[in-house]
Design a protein around this ligand. Structure first.
Ligand SMILES: C[S@@+](CC[C@H](N)C(=O)[O-])C[C@H]1O[C@@H](n2cnc3c(N)ncnc32)[C@H](O)[C@@H]1O
Length: 436
């Protein structure tokens, strides 16, 4: 599925599921349906729900887990397409699972009875709409609004990006400086049967292509590496934090990027990690201890104007890793494809955070704006609006060692694409504060 089908042509490229080669039982389908309903009804992240379910049901074997995970992710990724294939019959979660099995050629009589999907009828070929927006949306299970945004952002490459967003994401690691060299970590992983490869351009980055239980490894527990997408590592590098600097991570969350920044500023530098979500931020001290770092301070805030924060300004570097639609992470979070997201409200928050970040940056310092969104209104449009509000600020080009590996527009704004860099979709731009 790597091209938009010609107008009104049947789409023969039905998605395939990589299910283990064994019998699928009705209980597995009903369990998968319950998990999908939980994810959708409670607005929870699919990986978190699966993780909790597997922890609670320790008797589930490796293969059962793989079947459940594959079915849940497949249905969430292909939701709109499955509904289109089921039409005009009524849709239900079990029905979608039945259609998913049919795509895999694995729908037997019992599962057909359970799901209400007929084994005899071959999944009808899709007739693509003449308008490329619904055609792309239907084929890649995006809403029409997101399909339009993808075409606006990527033009002719929209289908390639949409194809990549349906795939399984690799797992990327960042080696902790105190935990050994990258080669040592690669060798240690190899000794446990885990194949990793260096990520070009990221001296501490490793990509793992197979699924592996990394957090159970002694080297992980000893702090040799962090699990962190390459995109997040590029954003940390774009901050260009140097030895001894004072850095603010304004939307630190659980602090993935704070940890990388803390390594860059060294023992003489300091990171202030802030977030309005105190619970997320509370996970950072333990991660920081595991990585052997003691230069990160956590500060829960109500806003970027919080006096406890403003009295600590100015900072040499300010990272605004803004809350966003998460459209760049559809591979890992397919539930977001159907989520009811208030994009206008997110854009308002992003623009406020940019203004707050600017107030906290020292003259001549750098403000880095980043999202894991692919949409222009959260990315380029935000940065251009910021520059219109702050005419003394300027966009700066990325250092050559970064721009060589990521795509930048003529203004120096960078995009990471799942179909090109293999990372999640990210956007980042480096803004320089006026010197006085
Ligand atoms: C994209 S996530 C950050 C991810 C994090 N930097 C990391 O590397 O793991 C965005 C974060 O922004 C936080 N946030 C939302 N509104 C905020 C605000 N007004 N001020 C600070 N943080 C905010 C959210 O709680 C969320 O943790």
């Amino acid at each position: 599925m790597n091209a938009i089908a010609p107008q009104n042509a049947p789409c023969s490229a039905l998605p395939t599921i990589d299910l283990p080669d064994c019998r699928i039982f009705p209980q597995q389908l009903t369990r998968a349906a319950a998990l999908i309903d939980q994810i959708r009804e409670q607005g929870q992240a699919s990986d978190r729900v699966l993780h909790q379910a597997f922890r609670a049901e320790r008797k589930l074997g490796k293969r059962d887990r793989l079947i459940l995970q594959t079915l849940v992710f497949f249905v969430l990724r292909h939701w709109r397409l499955l509904d289109t294939l089921l039409a005009p019959n009524p849709t239900s979660t079990l029905g979608r699972l039945g259609m998913a099995l049919k795509c895999a050629g694995r729908l037997d009589e019992r599962l057909s009875e359970l799901t209400g999907v007929d084994t005899a009828v071959i999944a009808s070929p899709l007739v693509m709409a003449a308008d490329p927006v619904p055609a792309l949306g239907m084929q890649f299970s995006l809403s029409d609004a997101d399909s339009r945004r993808l075409i606006e952002a990527f033009g002719d490459a929209a289908a390639a990006v949409a194809t990549a967003l349906l795939e399984r994401a690799p797992t990327d690691l960042r080696v902790n400086v105190g935990g050994g060299t990258r080669d040592e970590v690669l060798a240690d992983l190899a000794s446990t049967g885990i194949r990793g490869t260096p990520i070009p351009g990221l001296p501490l980055g490793i990509r793992i292509h197979d699924s592996a239980a990394l957090t159970g490894l002694p080297s992980y527990r000893a702090g040799a590496f962090e699990i962190q997408d390459a995109g997040s590592q590029w954003i940390t590098a774009a901050c260009q934090a140097a030895e001894g600097q004072h850095v603010l991570d304004l939307c630190a969350g659980a602090g993935g990027k704070s940890l990388g920044l803390a390594q860059a500023v060294g023992t003489r530098g300091r990171i202030l990690a802030c977030d309005v979500d105190a619970d997320r931020l509370a996970r950072l001290p333990e991660r920081s201890r595991r990585a052997g770092l003691n230069n990160i301070e956590c500060l829960p805030i109500v806003s970027g104007k919080d006096p406890a924060l403003t009295q600590r300004a100015p900072f040499d570097r300010v990272l605004v890793d803004a809350p966003c639609s998460g459209s760049g992470t559809f591979r890992r979070h397919p539930e977001l494809k159907q989520a009811d997201i208030d994009l206008a409200a997110l854009c308002t928050t992003q623009s406020r955070l940019l203004d707050e970040g600017a107030m906290l940056t020292r003259p001549g310092g750098l403000l880095v704006y980043a999202t894991c969104s692919l949409w222009r209104e959260e990315n380029e449009v935000q940065v251009m609006a910021f520059l219109a509000r702050h005419p003394n600020w300027r966009l700066t080009a990325l250092p050559e060692e970064i721009s060589r590996h990521v795509e930048t527009d003529p203004n120096g704004m960078a995009r990471l694409r799942p179909d090109r860099q293999g990372s999640d979709g990210f956007f980042f731009a480096v803004l320089a504060a006026p010197r006085d």
